[in-house]
Design a protein around this ligand. Structure first.
Ligand SMILES: [Zn+2]
Ligand SMILES: [Zn+2]
Length: 157
């Protein structure tokens, strides 16, 4: 079945974890991806999180019982496959922020990793200079403080 752009110019995409225990069908997947350079994403992915934001209600999981959720901070959790460890999503647990209600899903979990372009970077002030990849600074960039103002608005310093 071909990708079917919806009226927002987004696509339906399928994907899953390394072992296949978790599969998903995601609608409204945007083409614009972002990189997070925070230390948590660095450890969680082993590099940096390059992900796309998909509305939670646009994702249908198969094998959801294999998903393990880990509360990585007071404002967010991460889901991974409990069998193979594949990172599946980052999501804000705070309600009502501009980024609530969506899964930030690593590009690598989609069956077809083509068709995305990286247009933004966050936690830009924590990006390691020694990383081999070079991210053009023409992208939209947010610092840690700017991110915390979104993720955890009540406590952001
Ligand atoms: Zn798995
Ligand atoms: Zn991060």
């Amino acid at each position: 079945m071909p990708d079917m752009p919806d009226m927002r110019g987004t696509e339906m995409r399928t994907g899953g974890c390394l072992c296949g225990a978790v599969r998903f069908e995601a609608r409204q997947v945007p083409a614009e991806a972002g990189i997070c350079h925070c230390a948590q994403c660095r450890r969680w992915t082993g590099s940096a999180l390059i992900g796309v934001a998909v509305p939670e209600d646009a994702v249908t999981w198969t094998g959801a019982e294999a998903i393990v959720r880990y509360a990585s901070s007071d404002w967010a959790e991460r889901g991974h496959c409990g069998r193979c460890g594949t990172p599946l999503f980052f999501r804000l647990t705070r309600e009502g922020t501009q980024w609530s209600g969506q899964y930030d899903m690593p590009l690598g979990v989609f069956d077809d990793p083509e068709g995305f372009s990286v247009t933004s970077e966050i936690w830009i002030d924590h990006k390691p200079g020694s990383f081999a990849y070079a991210a053009p600074e023409t992208r939209k960039q947010l610092t840690r403080a700017e991110c915390l103002a979104i993720f955890d608005p009540g406590n952001a310093a």
